[in-house]
Design a protein around this ligand. Structure first.
Ligand SMILES: *Cc1c(COP(=O)(O)O)cnc(C)c1O
Length: 416
């Protein structure tokens, strides 16, 4: 199957090359309709009435996108005071923000407490710290069920080999610290890892979290975590995550739990990637085509300073070719697509069979909306790209300016 977002209208009323002419290349392009439809799917995945979707904004915290996510009725979880600030900028109230912190300083924790944001801590010592800062307050704890799941070792966030969560064997100690500081435990949460496409692991972790939840009689919520995957590979028929099916299983579990628990509590899930990944294509330009010792390289302006995932996680992103001012030949060839950073690891796609590419063509890197722009940097003195939103009427607007040379230098202090 040849996927073609251009033909499906992803770019609205403009061609990809008009967008880069206007906003520079590379550029992250978002489609509002796609973003809204992911939010809606999540909102309606279960029947249980007290189910909240917290969008995990570390995947993409552009405030304009957060405004849309908020309009669709999702709340947010955040990882830092900076993310609290961004969420508020987009209009979120403190009670719609859940701060899940990891190894934070007293200042960071105090920031959240003063902002009135519910906080989840992830070790006994951080629970102690919270107790000292906010005795008598409300707090949540992140538990580690003892196993994890994910697409790469770096994103498995529970289990015996990660830094995350409180070992469930330590619940007696948790209770002791809560009592010592008269803290009220309002919630328990977990996040076992990123990018699952089959529901089994997730459900298993939900079951074990709920077992722990029964140890506490007065919870307001249980948060199952995120990790909902998307199918980055379009061509070898990888199935999408079946949200309706996952929702059905969660409904059974949630209704059974509240019956045993004796009161209706809120359940939460915190997907990041699922909400934003598919809503963006990263557009770039082909500057060079060359053959080096028998291998054909397509040299683009998409270095790993712009999109880090392939280098960091060996991730796969589908690539579309938009030929410029020439006839399409129908010829295909195997190429390696690289960026413009001075490191040999700067590879976007290795040995990929794609339509013939020439210099000045453009490429679109699909599913770039999560862990894309937020991980970009100024490495090699490059300017982080603009972000552009294609609205439902097909018109587009700028939602983040491209860096300027002044942005690049603005925080440096020269010696006298
Ligand atoms: C990163 C993260 C998420 C979101 O993960 P996705 O794989 O993007 O869904 C959710 N919860 C926590 C605590 C996280 O750290």
């Amino acid at each position: 199957m040849e996927y073609n977002l251009r033909e499906e209208g992803f770019y609205g009323n403009m061609e990809p090359e008009q967008i880069t002419e206007m906003y520079g290349s590379p550029v992250y392009v978002y489609n509002e309709e796609t973003l809204r439809s992911r939010c809606r799917e999540l909102k309606k995945m279960v029947r249980y009435p007290h189910f909240v979707i917290d969008y995990s904004i570390k995947a993409n915290f552009n405030p304009a996108l957060l405004q849309i996510v908020k309009e669709e009725g999702l709340e947010v979880d955040v990882m830092s005071p900076g993310e609290i600030y961004l969420a508020k900028m987009a209009g979120y109230e403190a009670n719609e923000i859940f701060y899940i912190c990891n190894n934070v300083s007293e200042q960071e924790m105090r920031y959240a407490i003063e902002a009135g944001v519910t906080t989840s801590v992830d070790s006994l010592s951080q629970l102690e710290q919270y107790g000292r800062l906010n005795p008598g307050g409300k707090v949540a704890v992140r538990l580690n069920p003892g196993y994890g799941a994910g697409h790469h070792q770096k994103v498995i966030t529970a289990g015996k080999k990660t830094k995350f969560g409180i070992d469930v064997e330590m619940l007696p100690e948790v209770k002791a610290v809560l009592a010592r500081y008269s803290l009220k435990l309002v919630g328990v949460n977990q996040h076992i890892g990123s990018l699952f496409l089959e529901k089994e692991q997730y459900l298993k972790s939900v079951d074990s979290l709920l077992e722990c939840a029964k140890e506490f009689s007065d919870l307001e919520f249980v948060d199952f975590g995120g990790g909902f995957g998307i199918a980055y590979h379009k061509e070898n028929q990888i199935q999408r995550l079946d949200l309706a099916d996952l929702g059905k299983s969660l409904d059974e579990i949630m209704y059974r739990f509240v019956k045993e628990y004796g009161k209706e509590i809120t359940f939460r899930a915190e997907p990041g990637r699922y909400v934003t990944a598919e809503s963006s294509v990263l557009l770039g330009t082909v500057n060079t085509v060359k053959t080096n010792h028998g291998k054909k390289y397509i040299g683009t302006d998409i270095g790993f300073n712009v999109l880090m995932r392939p280098v960091l996680y060996d991730s796969y992103h589908e690539i579309e070719v938009y030929e410029k001012n020439r006839k399409v030949t129908g010829k295909r060839e195997t190429v390696t697509i690289v960026g413009n950073i001075c490191e040999s690891g700067d590879i976007l796609a290795k040995d990929r069979e794609l339509p013939h590419i020439e210099e000045k063509d453009m490429i679109g890197v699909l599913d770039a909306g999560a862990y894309g722009h937020v991980m970009s940097s100024n490495y090699n003195g490059r300017l982080r790209p603009a972000e552009v939103l294609v609205k439902r009427d097909g018109e587009n607007c700028l939602i983040r300016k491209r860096d300027t040379l002044d942005d690049l230098v603005k925080n440096y202090v020269l010696l006298p």
